[in-house]
Design a protein around this ligand. Sequence first.
Ligand code: ATP
Ligand code: MG
Length: 550
Amino acid sequence: MEESLNFVEEIVEEDIRNPVYREGIATRFPPEPNGYLHLGHAKSICLNFGLASKYNGKVNLRFDDTNPERENSSYIEAIKEDIRWLGYEWHNEYYASDYFEALYGFAVELIKRGIAYVDDSTSEEIAEQKGTPQIPGTTNQYRERSVDENLQLLEAMKLGQFRDGEKVLRAKIDMAASNMHMRDPIMYRVKHTPHHRTGSTWCIYPMYDFAHGQSDAIEHITHSTCTLEFVAHRPLYNWFIQQLGLFPSKQIEFARLNLAYTIMSKRKLQQLVDNGLVDGWDDPRLPTIAGLRRRGYTPNAIRKFCDRIGVAKRDAITDFGLLEFCVREDLNQSAQRRIAVLKPLKVIITNYDEEKTEYMSMENLPGDEANGSRKVPFGKELWIEQDDFMEHAAKNYFRLTLGGAVRLKGAYIISCEHIMKDEHGNIIELQCRYFPESKSGNDRSNIKVKSTIHWLSVPSAIPAEVRLYDRLFSVEDPGKTENDFLSHFNKHSIQVLQNAYVEADLAERDNAGVHFQFVRLGYFIKDTHSDVDHLVFNRTVDLKERWKKA
Ligand code: ATP
Ligand code: MG
C-alpha cells in the first residue's frame, strides 16, 4: 500500500524531483529559549526531524534568541534535553545571535541600496502611520533620508548613542501594501539589554522578520516550517531573501497543535509557573515535555500522537483523549503489573491462621512469559480499596457488600460478615471469611462471584503517596480568553492520596523511570522527587477513557 504524504512532504518531494535544491534538503527546529518545550513543539520537532530523516537531509537546532529580556541559558539546556529524550539528534546547533554581525551587514546593504531607513517616530506614531487593512498607511519625512545619513544613524544606534525606542531601522517597501507586514516593517530596534550569549556587545536587536528568514538562508535551510500565524509574513520573508540575493529558503505554514483543556503557549505556561499554580515547568499536569515525562508519558507515545494528529493546514482543537490513547497503547504492551491500594480499607480474614503467609504467584505481564512472575504475600490482614466495598449494594454494584462475596485477585473468594465502624459511623474494618477451596487456579468451591478486586497484605504493603491528575483547565479552550485564562484553572487538577499502599518492590531505587500498571487503577511512574522514606507515584493515565467532553 502506498503511504499517503502530508502536504509538507508533497512540497518537499516536488522540490526534490524538480530539483529545486541540489544540495539535498535541510530543515531546522527554531525554539526561542524563553521557556520549556510543550507538545506543540513536539509536533514541530517530529515534522522537522521526520522530514530530514525521511529525505536523507539535515536538521539544525537553532535557538531563536533575538529577545534578550525573556531568554536565558537554563532554557537552552532544558530544550536540548527534551529533544534528545524525544529520540532526536540534530546535525548542527546554531544560535540566531551568531548571525548578529551578518544581519547587521545585511541591514547596511539594504540601506546602501536605498531600501531601508532610520525612523525617529515613536511607536505610537509608527502605529498611526501604518493605516488599517482598509486605509493605506502614510509616509513620513524620515523615509526620505539620504543613504549616508541612514548609514551614520544605524552606526550610531549600534554604538549606543540612542535610548530604547528612540530610533528604529525600517525596510522601505510600500506603505500602501494590502499586506500590513509589507508597510515598511521594522528591522531593528534599540534595546539596552544584555544578551545571554553576546553580553553587552549589542544594543540593537533584529526583529523576528528580519532575523528568521536570513538565518534560514545562512544555514541553507530548504524548507522552513512554521505555524499558520506566519502566512501573512511570508511575502516579507521572501522579500528580504530576494533583495539580499540569499539562498532561497522556503517558508511553509502548518496548523499549530491545540489540545483541549490545556494551553500551548510558553508565555501562559510561564504565568502558571510564576503564580505558583503548578509545581514548576515539569509539573505533571502541564503539556510540557518535561511535565509529560514526569507524569510517565513515553517518547514513543508522544511521537505516535504527533503522527496520528498529522500535519494539516487548518487549525483545530485536538481531543486530550487521543494523547491518552497513545500512551495507553504504548504502556499496555510494556508496563509490568503491580498492585497498589489507593484508599485502603482493612480486611481481617477471621478464619485464616494468623501465623500463616501464602505467596500468590502473579504474572508481571499477563500473556508474556519473558517478563516472569512474582510472589505476592497473602495473610490474615489485608488492605482493599474503600471503593470496592459498599455496605448495602447499590444497583449494578457487584463488588464486596455486607453478606456478599467477591474474589481477591489471584487468591481466594471472601465474604463479608461483619463491619467495624468508628464513633462517627465510618467503616474502619471488615471481618470476612475466606473459602480455602476457592484458591485461584484450583477453585473447587462452586461459589459464583461477579467481581474480582485487588488487595495487599498489611505486613508486606509499603506506604506511598499517590497523585492523580485531572484536566488543567475547566474549559475546553482556555487560551481563547487572553486575560482571564487563569480564572479557568482547575483547582481539582491534582488529587493527592497520602495513605496509599504499594507492593514492596516498588520502593526499590532502580525503579526510577520505570512504568507500571497498577492493577485496575491505571499506569503509574515514580515521581522524580520520590525517595525511599517518602514514596510518591504519579498516575500517567487511567486504564479507560474518562475524558468525555464536559
Ligand atoms: P509559544 O507561543 O509557546 O512561545 P512559539 O511559537 O513562540 O510558541 P517558539 O519557541 O518560537 O515558540 O517555536 C519553535 C517552533 O515550534 C516554531 O517553529 C513554532 O512554529 C513551533 N511551534 C510552537 N508552538 C506550536 C504548536 N502549538 N504547534 C505546532 N508547532 C508549534
Ligand atoms: Mg515565539
